[in-house]
Design a protein around this ligand. Structure first.
Ligand SMILES: Nc1ncnc2c1ncn2[C@@H]1O[C@H](COP(=O)(O)OP(=O)(O)OP(=O)(O)O)[C@@H](O)[C@H]1O
Length: 344
């Protein structure tokens, strides 16, 4: 005998005695009907006890199929309708565009896609189109040109750099205000993978490629802040961090040791610390409300305000005409500027 309580929990009796249950939202990938049987494709906690049906905060998961035998085909069909109805109400994506960077991290994106991501998408009945990046900024171009009506989300199998490129591509589009609303997913295949780690942590999930893929399948969403950075005639959008000095040097200059994988960062960090450079910088800023304890108040008040010019321009690096998102026109004329003196 099986029950489906308000669509959420699937519980059935085992032939051997005892009960088994699955939380549909957090454990079921998909299902299919085979005559009187319903084959449930699930991703369950390795430690899940026979009688427990609790999903949510999971450790390592394993792929499992369960076949529930129904008394008749008609009953199986009716079960299938109820399950379909509930899964459809969960706002899971149906079609995704996958951008895969074969060059990121330890160059493992292809293997990750074929061995983990694709089998889970297939089990969840999610259609996909995949495209490998062929050069730097290719992901930005793809996001800039993509027909977004065809997809419910863009998924990057990459490091954070490719995700940043996708955000930049979306914000350069004429239709940036609708384009930027498309859900973005990240499956870690880079060096640092900070975004995937943060997102999984917030969702209460252990960091793993499988869990990141399942988060995409479940349509887990969170809003993301985007910062606009203007540097001379160049404008770009940042979603993670902006660094200068030692951290930036380690990130950029360690590229030549990419073959080392994650170790390149630690290795180059030691190298740079042993030959420490002096960074002479001077930072002037308007603190966010409640953060005016950083730095010193600026004394001369006349020359510190800036107005961000939002007029169209041609980006010097990518030659993409900047017709997309123009950052808000912000005047800091009457703001209280503060400063941090060199060396920082
Ligand atoms: N086929 C390619 N050849 C060379 N570079 C590429 C190719 N595809 C993408 N890239 C570039 O690879 C860079 C790194 O990408 P990605 O962010 O995926 O990995 P990572 O830097 O190893 O990871 P993380 O950002 O998490 O530290 C990006 O700047 C991207 O433009």
């Amino acid at each position: 005998m099986a029950t489906l309580s308000s669509g959420r929990e699937l519980r059935w009796r085992l032939e051997s005695g005892g009960e088994q249950s699955l939380a549909v939202e957090s454990e079921v990938l998909g299902f299919e009907v085979e005559a009187r049987g319903i084959k449930i494709r699930a991703l369950v906690s390795e430690t899940k006890s026979i009688s427990s049906g609790r999903g949510g905060d999971m450790g390592k998961r394993v792929r499992k199929d369960y076949v529930l035998e129904m008394p008749t085909e008609v009953i199986a069909e009716s079960w299938s309708d109820s399950l379909k109805c509930y899964i459809n109400s969960l706002s899971r994506p149906k079609r995704v565009f996958i951008i895969l960077n074969p060059f990121g991290g330890k160059r493992s994106a292809r293997r990750i896609f074929h061995s983990v991501v694709r089998p889970l998408l297939v089990a969840a009945n999610i259609m996909y189109t995949s495209q490998e990046t062929k050069y730097q900024l290719h992901a930005q171009e793809l996001a800039y040109k993509l027909d977004l009506l065809k997809y419910d989300g863009i998924v990057c199998i990459s490091g954070d750099g490719v995700l940043v490129e996708v955000v930049n591509g979306l914000l350069q589009r004429d239709d940036w205000d609708t384009a930027i609303k498309i859900p973005l997913g990240i499956i870690p295949a880079g060096t640092g993978n900070g975004m995937a780690k943060s997102l999984l942590d917030v969702a209460g999930e252990m960091y793993s490629i499988q869990n990141a893929t399942f988060a995409v399948i479940r349509g887990h969403k969170r809003p993301l802040d985007v910062a606009t950075v203007l540097q001379g005639e160049t404008r770009f959008f940042s979603i993670l961090m902006l660094t200068w000095g030692l951290v930036a040097d380690i990130d950029i200059e360690s590229e030549k040791y990419r073959w080392m994988g994650r170790t390149r960062i630690d290795f180059y960090f030691i190298l740079r610390v042993m030959k420490l450079r002096k960074y002479n910088g001077h930072l002037e800023f308007v603190p966010a409300p409640g953060h005016d304890f950083y730095g010193e108040p600026k004394k001369e008040s006349t020359s510190h305000w800036r107005t961000i010019d939002t007029s169209s321009r041609v980006d010097g690096d990518s030659k993409v005409k900047q017709t997309g998102y123009q950052c808000p026109s912000t005047s800091f004329k009457d703001s209280e500027w503060r400063s941090l003196k060199a060396p920082l």
